[in-house]
Design a protein around this ligand. Sequence first.
Ligand code: EPZ
Length: 427
Amino acid sequence: MKESFVINGLGGQHTLNGDIPVRGAKNDALKIMAASFLFKDTVAITNVPDIDDIGALSALMQSLGARVARAERRVEVSAPTETDTTLDRVMTKKFRASVVLMGPVLARYGKISLPHPGGCVIGARPIDLFLRAFQKMGATYSIDDEYYHIETKGGKLHGADIFLDIASVGVTETVMMAATLAEGTTIIRNAAMEPEIQNLATYLVACGSRVEGVGTPTLTIHGGDVLESKGLEYKVIPDRIETGSFLVLAALAGDEVRVTDCDPSHVRALLSLLEQAGVQFEVGEDAITVRKPAVPYKAVNVKTHEYPGFATDLQAPMTIFLTQADGESLVFETMFEGRLNYTQDLIKMGADITMFDPHRVMVRGPKLLTGRELDGPDLRAGFAYIIAGIIAKKRSVIYNVSHIDRGYEKMEERLRAIGVDITRVAE
Ligand code: EPZ
């Protein structure tokens, strides 16, 4: 059933009040679930967000013979000792994280066949870096009409020295997982350093994997045997993108809003820009309180970058923020070429935005937005539309909220608790 969000906007008023909790990070939970193919025993995962992507990965892993038990915010996964290693086409195309199964499945079972993965349409999102890395580790691949078929020689990958041309999150994770069961030592240079990768690596080490350099751009992984969790639970870290999006919302519409259950150290790049823009906030150990501004916000320039730089996933919410800041801001999206398309809808809501090329826009503010009917284009821009609808005057309808449900747990309930007038309706 298709559903929409109907939002009655605040028209620029700062009336939201109270606490809004952050849930576990989608992009951490999905990766540890995939990593459970490296284990001979059950991996128990806590603080798992109750979102559609978790259900989609569970179904895909079950189709490969894994046992997945899911109770509220807790998932237990047991990998099979043998499996048919062909990923279902329809299930794989539902989300990008399916590509991360490549590493653990290939390393454990010696081969994998998968179609080009799906996910948010924010750019071309090729998988060439994955294929090159696995080739270096001794695998061969062929491509037919629908599938990539990747195979190891003699059932085993071997260690390799791999330089990533792009510090890709997915490639770093999947190669790190694969290298855990490979023969010999693998070095990943120019590795991504996102907190989710660090959390995953730390857990793998606790379960017997030998990964050195966690949190640095050079990871050295000494291959070994199948891992054992021995009952050690994996705790998913708070979603830093949700944290950042709530901070933007609080800055734009809050009287006093406390974003709780978060890790402030993961959103330093955003906090730095918000501080320069004049946002009043106070950082605690696991919460950040944002208060109504005394003076208008100032324009700041944004350039997306790999962690610890400014997250591409926070670019859309930040652009909404800049529509309300005084002056001209340049937004430079360095990562994905389709990730500024949503600005066309903001212009229709009254924002003053000029697109120079697919990677750069100029935002001139402040401009009071007016609510309208919007189609949620992708997960992060979908949530940015919610923020736009909340700060705009009049009513907004955001269609097809399935994109938002893929990554955010019962968002409307949490927003209502701080005073947002938002309802979920059937289309
Ligand atoms: C992860 O995607 C996240 N997804 C994305 O979040 C996030 O935007 C992105 O990292 C960047 O932080 C998951 O973790 C599931 P990349 P990923 O490989 O791993 C290019 C969300 O909303 N590239 O770091 O797919 C790629 O096209 C999602 O939760 C190649 O060229 O991102 C991009 O330009 C959206 N060849 C750049 O690298 C490859 O083989 C960085 O992408 C692989 C990637």
